[in-house]
Design a protein around this ligand. Structure first.
Ligand code: NDP
Length: 237
């Protein structure tokens, strides 16, 4: 297991689901972990107490708050941007402000947080953003805004890898398929449809995504940047 002893890690959106698994993994590996939450204060405080990490309120829909949080947390060895939302339904019926808020959380925040983190990040720094296999494949209607947002992260990684590579900082996107969380419970109504697209017919576990994040954040991944890393049971294959 990679050790992150003495490393400073910030996870944006760490209170539940995949983000919480990432917090647990880095904390177990010895890192000093700070994570943000928005709505789930109780879960965040419980996770912080359980793992010895620190939880702070920062809404990923608030650009300036995110930038200030990243700046004031630096210098970071690892930034993970996990916060993300989905809005389902007919594109013709959806509220434009709600869609813009999704773009703020899922696109603008990963961009501005990555840039801000890189200002103070030392050589060997790691930026990892949680995208989605839906950035590559969107097999159902009603999720176009989500697909847009996760595809945008691919350009973010490719472009910022060029900007930060000369300083020894890597940036990568982890693209999960269906993962068993509150947002996508394995026993939910979409289960059979989602599994029909997959070669491994189960939801992934948040810990499996956290393991990929930990590898990308570790010393063995120093030559890996500007790339998408799909973990999806072949949903997108
Ligand atoms: P959950 O809904 O289970 O958890 C979302 C996490 O993000 C929570 O900790 C939540 O914090 C945080 N978050 C959401 N909005 C904000 C906000 N405005 N400000 C700060 N934090 C916020 O989602 P998952 O764990 O399933 O998803 C995590 C990431 O993985 C997302 O980017 C998602 O798109 C991606 N993903 C998930 C897949 C899945 O099948 N589960 C598949 C592919 C990608 P709080 O509750 O405190 O607001």
């Amino acid at each position: 297991m990679t050790t992150f002893q003495g490393k400073s890690v910030l996870v944006l959106g760490g209170s539940r689901g995949i983000g919480a698994a990432i917090v647990r993994r880095f904390a177990a590996d010895g890192a000093k972990v700070l994570f943000t939450y928005a709505g789930s204060r109780g879960a965040a405080e419980q996770l912080a107490a359980e793992t010895g990490s620190r939880a702070v309120h920062t809404d990923s829909a608030d650009r300036d708050a995110v930038i200030a949080r990243v700046r004031d947390s630096g210098p970071l060895d690892v930034l993970v941007v996990n916060s993300g939302i989905a809005i389902f339904g007919d594109a013709l019926e959806q509220d434009a402000d709600a869609i813009d808020r999704l773009f703020q959380i899922n696109i603008q925040t990963p961009y501005h947080a990555s840039v801000e983190a890189a200002r103070q990040m030392p050589e060997g720094g790691r930026i990892i953003v949680i995208g989605s296999v839906n950035g590559d494949r969107m097999p159902v209607p009603g999720m176009a805004s989500y697909a847009v947002s996760k595809s945008a992260l691919q350009g973010l990684a490719r472009g910022l890898a060029r900007d930060f590579g000369p300083r020894g900082i890597t940036i990568n996107i982890v693209q999960p398929g269906p993962i068993d969380t509150d947002a996508n419970p394995e026993n939910g109504p979409m289960r059979e449809l989602m599994h029909s697209f997959m070669a491994i017919k189960r939801h992934g576990r948040p810990e499996e995504v956290a393991a990929m994040v930990a590898w990308l954040a570790g010393p063995e991944a120093g030559f890996v940047t500007g790339a998408m890393h799909t973990i999806d049971g072949a949903f997108g294959a």
